[in-house]
Design a protein around this ligand. Structure first.
Ligand code: HEC
Ligand code: HEC
Length: 573
C-alpha cells in the first residue's frame, strides 16, 4: 500500500519534470522588423540578404553558409526529413558550428535578438508556415549508458553499417569514399574526423551523436540511419545476426534459402511501412506496431554506436602547448628511441593547433588539418622528435593543382629561429617564415618520405635549402589517416645557419602543414604561430647542477666552520 503511494508520488514528480522539460523548448516569436535588422547586420554578409547562402563573404567558404530557402538543416533534434524546432535553430545560432565559419552568437547577440533572428530566417522557407503539425522529435528516453560492453557492440556496428567507408578504420575521416563526397549543393565535403569531437558541428555529447544518426545531417552525404538505409531494418537483433550468418555462407541449403527468404520479406514489409510513414501516410495499428518494433532495434544499435563514437575522441580539445603544457623533451641515457619504439607511448603529446594561412595570397580559408602533435626525447648529444598529424588523404605528389599547375603533395615544415631569443620579451623572427630575423626550417614532403631538408628563410617566399645537408635522420609512415614523422639531429652542429640546442633553454617552434588533397601548395597551407619547447633539465639537471652546487656548499661550509673555530679560539684566548 505504502509502496503504491511512493510510486504514484514518483510518477507525479516525473510527470511534472516532463512538463517542465517540454516547457524548456521555446518557440520563436512572430517574424518582425527587429529580426530582419539583426539578420541584415550580422548574418547577411555570409547567408545573403535573401537567405540563399550567397553573401559577399560566402565565396571563399567551405562548407558554404546555409541556404535557408531549402529548409535543410544539419543539426536537429527531429527525425530524418523533418524541419528543425525553433529551439534547435536558437541553439545552433547560440553555439555556432565548430569546424566551420559559422560563429557562436552567445555574446554578440542578446537572447531576444537570437529569437527574433530565428523567426526571421524561417520566413525564407515556406515549409515552416505550411507544416501544421510540429516536427517529430527523436526520443532520447531509452538511452543506453556508456560502458565497455556497449562500446564493443558499437564497434562491430561501425563496420556493419558502413561507417568505415567514409570515416575510416579508426574514424579519422579517411575512408575510401572520403575524397569523393559532395553535399546537396554540389560542393566537396569531408567526413568528420571522429577522433576530434571538438570539431563536430552539432556537439560531441552521446545524445548529440545519437541524434545525428537517427535524424541524419540534412544536406550532407551522411545518411540517416533508419528505414532502408539501416542494415536489416525490421529484424530483431537475433534475426539480424542469423541472417548475417546465412549471408556469409558459401552455399545455402534449401531450408536455409527459405529461412533467409522469410527475413527478406519481413524487412521489405518494414521498409515499405517506413517509407509510407515518411510520406505522411496514416499507419494502421498493426503497421505502427511493426514500425515501432523495427525502430526499437535501430534506437538500441544507435546508442551502442554513439557510445563507440564517443570512445574515439577525448572529452575536450587538448590544451595547447603553452604555459604549463609547453612541450618538454625528456632526457634519456643512451640511444634515442626509433619511431616505432614503445618508449614514445610513455610521453604526453604537445598539442599545436594550426589555422589556415590567410595573410598572403594564395590563402587557405578552409583548412583540413587541425593540429600537429609532438613528442621529444634527448640525450647528451642528440634530440629526436616524433611529429603526428591527421590528414584524411595521402597525396604523394602525383596530382597537380588545376589553376596553378603546381604539384600537390602533403608536407610538414618545422620552424625554429636561427638564434634563440634571449629571454621571453626578446624579439622573435616574423612567424610567417621570418623576415629581418631569419628562421631555420626542417621541410618534409610526402614524395620523399625518408628525407628532411634544412632550409633558411627570411620570409614566406624567401626560403633556400642550406648548402650543408644530411644532418637529419628521418623515418615516416602514413596509416589510417595519420602521418608520423620522426626526426633526429645532434644538439650542436658546426653550421652557423643551424639552431644550436641546450638543456633548460626555451626555444621557439612553429609549424606549417600542407594537405595536398585540399589544394594546399606554397602559401596556401595551415600554420601555427610561435610556441616553445625546452629540453627538460630534470632529472638530468642533477648531474649538471648538483655537483657544482655541492662543491660550493661544501666550500662555504668549510669557510663557515673555520670562522667558527677561529672565533671560539679567540674567545678562549
Ligand atoms: C562568417 C560567416 C557566417 C556568419 C556571419 C553567419 N553564419 Fe550561419 N553559417 C555559416 C556557415 C558556413 C554555415 C554552414 C556550416 C556547415 O554547414 O557546417 C552556417 C550555418 C547556419 C545555420 C544552419 C544550422 C544547421 O543546423 O544546419 C544557421 C541556422 C545559421 N547559420 C544561422 C546564422 C545566423 C542567424 C547568423 C547571424 C546571427 C549567422 N548564421 C551568421 C556561416 C556564417
Ligand atoms: C557516405 C559517407 C558517410 C557515411 C557512410 C557515414 N558518414 Fe558520418 N559523416 C559524413 C560526412 C560527410 C560528415 C560531415 C557532415 C557535415 O558536417 O556536413 C559526417 C559527420 C559525422 C559525424 C559528426 C557530426 C557532427 O555533429 O558534426 C559523426 C559523429 C558521424 N558522421 C558518424 C558516423 C557513423 C557512426 C556512421 C556509421 C553509422 C557514419 N557517420 C556514416 C559521411 C558519412
Amino acid at each position: 500500500m505504502r509502496n503504491r503511494n511512493v510510486v504514484s508520488l514518483l510518477m507525479l514528480v516525473l510527470g511534472m519534470l516532463c512538463v517542465l522539460m517540454l516547457a524548456h523548448a521555446q518557440n520563436a516569436p512572430e517574424a518582425s522588423e527587429k529580426g530582419k535588422e539583426v539578420y541584415e547586420n550580422s548574418c547577411a554578409h555570409c547567408h545573403g540578404v535573401e537567405g540563399r547562402g550567397d553573401g559577399s563573404a560566402a565565396e571563399n567558404l567551405l562548407p558554404k553558409p546555409r541556404d535557408f530557402t531549402r529548409g535543410l538543416y544539419k543539426i536537429r533534434s527531429t527525425e530524418s526529413g523533418q524541419l528543425p524546432t525553433d529551439q534547435d535553430l536558437f541553439d545552433i545560432i547560440t553555439e555556432g558550428m565548430p569546424g566551420s565559419s559559422m560563429p557562436p552568437w552567445d555574446t554578440a547577440l542578446s537572447a531576444d535578438d537570437r529569437w527574433e533572428v530565428v523567426a526571421y530566417i524561417k520566413t525564407f522557407y515556406d515549409g515552416f508556415k505550411e507544416s501544421e503539425t510540429p516536427p517529430r522529435a527523436i526520443s532520447l528516453e531509452d538511452k543506453i549508458p556508456y560502458a565497455e560492453e556497449s562500446v564493443e557492440i558499437g564497434k562491430g556496428l561501425y563496420v556493419d553499417l558502413g561507417c568505415v567507408e567514409c570515416h575510416g578504420n579508426v574514424g579519422r575521416g579517411d575512408g575510401t569514399s572520403a575524397p569523393t563526397l559532395t553535399d546537396e549543393w554540389g560542393f566537396q565535403t569531408w567526413p568528420a574526423n571522429l577522433a576530434q569531437g571538438w570539431n563536430y558541428r552539432g556537439g560531441a555529447d552521446t545524445e548529440d551523436i545519437f541524434k545525428r544518426f537517427i535524424g541524419g545531417i540534412a544536406g550532407s552525404p551522411m545518411p540517416a540511419f533508419e528505414g532502408d538505409s539501416f542494415l536489416h531494418f525490421g529484424l530483431t537483433a537475433e534475426e539480424s545476426k542469423r541472417l548475417s550468418e546465412l549471408e556469409n555462407k558459401d552455399e545455402m541449403t534449401e531450408a536455409e534459402e527459405e529461412e533467409s527468404g522469410k527475413f527478406y520479406e519481413k524487412m521489405d514489409a518494414a521498409v515499405d511501412i517506413a517509407l509510407n510513414r515518411a510520406e505522411g501516410m496514416e499507419l494502421s495499428a498493426a503497421e505502427q506496431q511493426t514500425y515501432d518494433n523495427a525502430m526499437k532495434v535501430v534506437y538500441e544499435k544507435s546508442w551502442h554506436l554513439a557510445n563507440y563514437v564517443k570512445s574515439l575522441t577525448p572529452e575536450k580539445r587538448p590544451e595547447s602547448a603553452i604555459g604549463n603544457n609547453v612541450l618538454r623533451s625528456q632526457y634519456v641515457q643512451g640511444a634515442l628511441p626509433p619511431m616505432d619504439d614503445a618508449a614514445w607511448e610513455t610521453l604526453q603529446s604537445g598539442y599545436f593547433p594550426v589555422v589556415g594561412q590567410v595573410v598572403i595570397e594564395p590563402r587557405q580559408f578552409n583548412p583540413t588539418i587541425d593540429s600537429v602533435n609532438v613528442k621529444s626525447f634527448y640525450n647528451d648529444t642528440e634530440v629526436a622528435f616524433l611529429f603526428t598529424w591527421d590528414d584524411r588523404t595521402q597525396t604523394i605528389g602525383d596530382e597537380t593543382d588545376e589553376t596553378t599547375g603546381k604539384t600537390l603533395e602533403d608536407a610538414l615544415a618545422i620552424q625554429f629561429p636561427v638564434k634563440v631569443p634571449q629571454g621571453p620579451t626578446a624579439p622573435k623572427p616574423y612567424f610567417l617564415w621570418g623576415g629581418r630575423l631569419p628562421v631555420y626550417l626542417w621541410h618534409w614532403k610526402a614524395s620523399a618520405p625518408e628525407q628532411v631538408t634544412e632550409l633558411t628563410a627570411k620570409g614566406i617566399n624567401n626560403a633556400e635549402a642550406q648548402e650543408a645537408q644530411g644532418e637529419l635522420q628521418t623515418q615516416s609512415i602514413y596509416k589510417d589517416g595519420q602521418y608520423k614523422l620522426w626526426v633526429k639531429r645532434a644538439l650542436k652542429t658546426d653550421d652557423k645557419k643551424d639552431l644550436q640546442l641546450e638543456p633548460g633553454v626555451f626555444v621557439p617552434i612553429a609549424f606549417s602543414a600542407w594537405d595536398g588533397a585540399n589544394g594546399d601548395v606554397d602559401t596556401k597551407r595551415v600554420m601555427s604561430s610561435w610556441y616553445a619547447f625546452v629540453l627538460e633539465p630534470v632529472p638530468s639537471s642533477k648531474r649538471f647542477i648538483y655537483p657544482p652546487l655541492i662543491a660550493i656548499l661544501s666550500v662555504g661550509f668549510l669557510f663557515g666552520l673555520r670562522a667558527f673555530v677561529q672565533r671560539r679560539n679567540s674567545e678562549e684566548v
